[in-house]
Structure formats: structure tokens, C-alpha cells
Design a protein around this ligand. Structure first.
Ligand SMILES: Nc1ncnc2c1ncn2[C@@H]1O[C@H](COP(=O)(O)OP(=O)(O)OP(=O)(O)O)[C@@H](O)[C@H]1O
Ligand SMILES: [Mg+2]
Length: 269
């Protein structure tokens, strides 16, 4: 690979740019620097773990990559396109979906309706289409409901589709969150602690589903404190501490890296 090509941030896989890339990202909230010069790149189809002690800046990095707010400085690229100032809807349209660390489903809406909120760019969103093309809108709505039902089946929540989301357990909310994000058929998914607070049976289901999504060719960045789970899913792990890139490598390598162990001990102290 030519040096210029490496400089351009090309991935190792052929000539494609990374699907998701953050370069020198900084995010300040008043006096707090949550992300402090962080860079990360995921090749198309890669599944990468993002770990680090509480408060390391992992969720804030997700918010930057998903367009929740713009970086204070630094750049975000999706498939080589500079998107740093684009909002979350544009990022979703570019194929980047994300789940939230603490899912907040619409409590009184049904499970099925909550999944439908993840749909993008339906004809029904444009009011004039409702007027001009009611048949097309109806057909798209039917297709969306069909897709939402298939996704509820994928996360094994079908029996609860008509129930209000407020009755779901913490683990079921994580699964609902996954189905909602998949409605937009993202090629890249940012998963923020998909297994936190989940019982062992649901944990296995979540791991299986993440593997299936990766096998379909989707690019996945996974924040997770459960190292066994990270080791099962990810060949490469990036470690963040104090807003920065601290280390990266295979899960077993980073787990015994003294700098990583030190960062966790430091954060616990
Ligand atoms: N909206 C905000 N306003 C002010 N400070 C914030 C905001 N979001 C995050 N922070 C601060 O930024 C730092 C990083 O937080 P972040 O949630 O990104 O960490 P994390 O690595 O996801 O931690 P955890 O593992 O506990 O989820 C923390 O000090 C946090 O208090
Ligand atoms: Mg977090």
C-alpha cells in the first residue's frame, strides 16, 4: 500500500475508505472535555469493541459519530464523506444507526409502534404524498408493518407486539431498541451496552443476533463492559480512557495490557 493511500485513511480491505471514521475528535461540555483527541476507523464489515472505564467518553464518541451533536473539533467521515456537521437523520440516511445506552421507548405506544418509529423516508412523512398518492402510502405502511413484524420475530418479541412498551423488562427494552434501529436497515450499527442489565438467557439471544447482523455484512461498533461478550464477538478492541485512545488489539491482548489494567484501576479508585 502506498504511503499516500495510508495517509488518506484507506482501509486494509482493498481500496475502500473506512465506513466510519473519526479523526482527532474533541467534545467539550463547558469545562468538561468528554472526548479529547480521539481517532477511530472501522473498515466495511468489521466488528470492533469499544471499552474503557466509566466516564471514559465512549457514549459521547457514539453521540458524535451518530450526529447527536457536532464535535468541538475534529472530523467525522462516513464512507469517505465528511459529515461532521450533519444531524442524526442525515447520518441514518447514510446508513449509520445507533442504540441508546438507556433505551427510552414510548411507554404508552405498543411494541410494534415503537419499532415503526425507526422507519426512514416513508412516503407518509411527506404530507402532500398522503393527498396525492394514498394507495402508495398505504402500500408503504403495509410494507413497514411487515418489516417491523419480521424484526420483532428476529428479537423474539413477537408475542408482545400489541402490548404497551412500558411492560417490557430491561433486557426486552434492549431487544426492542435493536429492532427499532434495524427498521432503517443500517449498514453500520453503533451498539451502546446492548447487554447491560440483561439476564443470561436474553444475553445469549443478543449475542446470537449481533453475530447474525455481522454475518449479513453489517459494520458494528460495540460498547460493552462484559469482556467475555466482547471477546466472543470482536477480533479487535479499542480502549478509551479520559476521552482518548489508550490501546487497541485483540481482546486477550488488551485485557493484559498494563496501561489498560491501570486505567480501570485508576477509574475505580
Ligand atoms: N451532555 C453532557 N453534558 C455534560 N457532561 C457530559 C455530557 N455527556 C457526557 N458528559 C461527561 O463526559 C464524560 C464522558 O461521559 P460518557 O457518558 O461519554 O462516558 P462513558 O464512557 O460512556 O461512560 P459509561 O461507561 O459510564 O457509560 C463524563 O465525565 C460525563 O459526565
Ligand atoms: Mg456510556
Amino acid at each position: 500500500m502506498a504511503a499516500e493511500e495510508r495517509d488518506a485513511g484507506r482501509s486494509q480491505r482493498g481500496n475502500q475508505p473506512p465506513l466510519i471514521e473519526g479523526r482527532g475528535l474533541v467534545k467539550r461540555f463547558g469545562g468538561v472535555t468528554a472526548v479529547d483527541g480521539m481517532s477511530i476507523a472501522l473498515a466495511p464489515g468489521e466488528m470492533v469493541g469499544l471499552i474503557g472505564p466509566n466516564g471514559a467518553g465512549k457514549t459521547t464518541l457514539f453521540n458524535l459519530l451518530a450526529g447527536t451533536f457536532p464535535p468541538t473539533s475534529g472530523e467525522i467521515l462516513i464512507a469517505g464523506a465528511e459529515v461532521s456537521r450533519e444531524g442524526p437523520e442525515r447520518r441514518i440516511a447514510r446508513g449509520v444507526g445507533r442504540t441508546f445506552q438507556i433505551p427510552r421507548p414510548f411507554a404508552e405506544m405498543t411494541v410494534l409502534e415503537n419499532v415503526l418509529t425507526g422507519a426512514q423516508g416513508q412516503a407518509g412523512e411527506r404530507a402532500w404524498m398522503n393527498f396525492l398518492r394514498p394507495a402508495r402510502v398505504a402500500a408503504e405502511e403495509r410494507a413497514a408493518v411487515e418489516r417491523a413484524r419480521a424484526l420483532l420475530d428476529f428479537v423474539m418479541l413477537s408475542p408482545l407486539e400489541g402490548e404497551p412498551a412500558r411492560i417490557l423488562s430491561g433486557g426486552q427494552r434492549k431487544l426492542l431498541e435493536l429492532a427499532r434501529v434495524l427498521m432503517a436497515d443500517p449498514r453500520a450499527i453503533l451498539l451502546d451496552e446492548p447487554a447491560a442489565g440483561v439476564n443470561p438467557t436474553l444475553l445469549e439471544l443478543i449475542i446470537e443476533r449481533i453475530l447474525a447482523l455481522h454475518a449479513e455484512g453489517r459494520t458494528i461498533l460495540l460498547i460493552e463492559h462484559n469482556m467475555d461478550m466482547v471477546a466472543r464477538l470482536c477480533g479487535r478492541v479499542v480502549v478509551m480512557a479520559a476521552g482518548r485512545h489508550l490501546a487497541e488489539g485483540r481482546p486477550d491482548e488488551v485485557a493484559r495490557d498494563p496501561a489498560v489494567v491501570g486505567a480501570y484501576l485508576g477509574a475505580a479508585a
